[in-house]
Design a protein around this ligand. Structure first.
Ligand code: SF4
Length: 493
């Protein structure tokens, strides 16, 4: 019997880790390692598989020596933790198999890894398994082909304890039709959206439901609306029907801003249970949008687009970037004004980074401006290239933005701006769980009694109770998010 240990290294304390917010709801991590759970389902059924997500449990010596192979998957942000795990496994004589975005450019740095199974596992893993059985495994398996998602199995949810996580995740599609020059998604997954069928999606959701999950599910697609027609005709009607007696299930995803142009699509998404969508806004500056080829954001009123989505019933989370060659010192205040006016509560602002494999990386390399690999953490205030603007001025401006949007006064004002605009769907459950009740009580103590934001907290508390009582749970959630965002800003700036 072949024994495989799957390891997901620890994430640093990032904007998206929500580490400081998770404590309020007694969870250990925001999402499980979907890639490893899917790879586990691609392994031969007779193999014995266990999984250690180091974000929720420690990796022990016993775990490592038990296994014939240690499979490690990681994103770029997990680089340091991954290097430590690799060294530790090697000390104990493990055979290491690695895959995932981090390893696409790390083959030379990670000499101790025995086998790299790169790109899309539906293609490269069977080739590795075939050679392994023949006794002739190579060191590197990679492909430039894209997998047909019809061959993607249901993730092995039985390998994790769902109770440790705030949200579950599934993937519906890969690839994005757009061509933003800093984006490594299209470099890895291509421009043609490849989608699962409605039957596959419902089977995956049924598996989660059968495993006992009730709550949020993140569709981890980089652009959920890459194929609008399929969504409208097949996927969303199926989701609406599936969710009719399961209103405690809600969905989040990522999409491009042109979602705001399609009222029918927004309506279907909200009826299907989507509550939140992350949108790459990047910058209000037209020249910078041209510079990075973000054509879908150009020539439109971006604040109006955000408000259209909010009124349709979707909370918009936004990604913002400074450090484009076209940026002038005026960009910092423009970003602050944009974020405050749009009511984007969860605003991830980062300095521009150039991921390996992107058009931006290639241009900067030609210009001799690349300094290092990118950190994979959008908000750690690092850049891996020499910017056009004076770096000191850029860092100072970046600090100003974070202060301008995350000091309690600015943040809570933005929450109220959002709650005024937001039209919450009536299909979203309002029953409060025990964890949510505990989070509410903790928020009163941590934010309302001890926190330096206490006046703002109580002001929001009362304002929401009287003006938007249906949105009271949302208001408390955002107060808790704000606590996390401030901690992240303090740590990095
Ligand atoms: S829209 Fe998003 S996923 Fe698509 S290319 Fe641009 S940044 Fe990448």
């Amino acid at each position: 019997m072949t024994r495989v240990l799957m390891v997901y290294p620890e994430f640093p304390d990032t904007f998206w880790s929500f580490r400081h917010a998770l404590k309020f709801i007694s969870k250990k991590a925001s999402m499980p390692p979907l890639g490893l759970l899917t790879v586990a389902a691609l392994l031969p059924q007779e193999w014995e598989v266990s999984l250690v997500d180091m974000n929720v449990q420690p990796l022990t010596r016993h775990d490592i020596v038990w296994a014939d192979y240690v499979f490690i998957s990681a994103m770029v942000a997990q680089r340091d933790a991954t290097h430590r795990v690799v060294a530790r496994c090697k000390e104990l004589g493990a055979t290491i198999v690695a895959g995932g975005p981090l390893f696409l450019a790390e083959e030379e740095r990670l000499e101790q890894v025995d086998h790299f199974v790169l790109n899309e596992a539906e293609i490269t893993l069977p080739a590795f398994l075939h050679d392994l059985e023949a006794g002739t495994p190579r060191r590197i398996y990679s492909t430039t082909a894209y997998a047909d998602l019809a061959s993607t199995p249901v993730p092995r949810w039985d390998l994790i304890d769902l109770r440790h996580y705030a949200t579950m995740c599934i993937q519906y599609s890969r690839g994005c039709p757009f061509n933003c020059d800093f984006c490594n998604i299209t470099a890895m997954l291509g421009h043609v959206p490849r989608c699962k069928s409605a039957e596959q999606i419902l089977t995956e959701l049924d598996a989660l439901y059968a495993a006992g999950w009730r709550g949020g599910v993140f569709f981890v697609d980089d652009n959920f609306i890459g194929n609008k027609r399929k969504l409208k005709e097949e996927i969303l009607p199926a989701l609406i029907a599936w969710r009719q007696d399961k209103e405690e299930m809600s969905f989040q995803t990522e999409a491009s801003v042109n979602l705001a142009d399609d009222a029918e699509l927004m309506d279907l998404m909200v009826r299907a249970g989507f509550t939140t969508v992350f949108v790459g806004i990047e910058t209000p500056d037209e020249d910078s949008l041209s510079e990075c080829s973000k054509v879908q954001n150009k020539g439109r009123d971006l604040v109006a687009a955000v408000k259209t989505m909010q009124r349709a019933g979707l909370e918009v989370q936004g990604g913002f970037i400074v450090g484009f060659d076209s940026d002038t010192p005026a960009i910092f205040q423009r970003q602050i004004d944009f974020i405050q006016n749009s009511g984007i509560v969860t605003a991830m602002v980062g300095l521009l980074q150039a991921p390996y494999g992107t058009r931006l990386y290639e241009r900067l390399q030609r210009e001799g401006r690349i300094l290092d690999q990118f950190s994979g953490n959008n908000t750690d205030s690092t850049m891996n290239f020499v910017p056009k603007m004076d770096p000191q001025m850029l860092r100072e401006g970046y600090r100003r933005i974070l202060e301008g949007i995350y000091t309690p006064r600015a943040y809570y004002a933005r929450v109220r701006t959002f709650l005024r605009e937001y039209s919450k769907s009536h299909t979203v459950r309002t029953r409060i769980t025990r964890d949510e009740l505990m989070a509410f009580l903790r928020s009163i103590y941590v934010l309302g009694i001890r926190g330096r934001e206490r006046w703002e907290f109580w002001r929001l508390f009362l304002w929401t109770l009287f003006r938007r009582p249906r949105l009271f749970p949302n208001a408390i959630t955002y107060a808790i998010y704000g606590f996390h965002f401030r901690r992240i800003c303090e740590a990095h700036v």
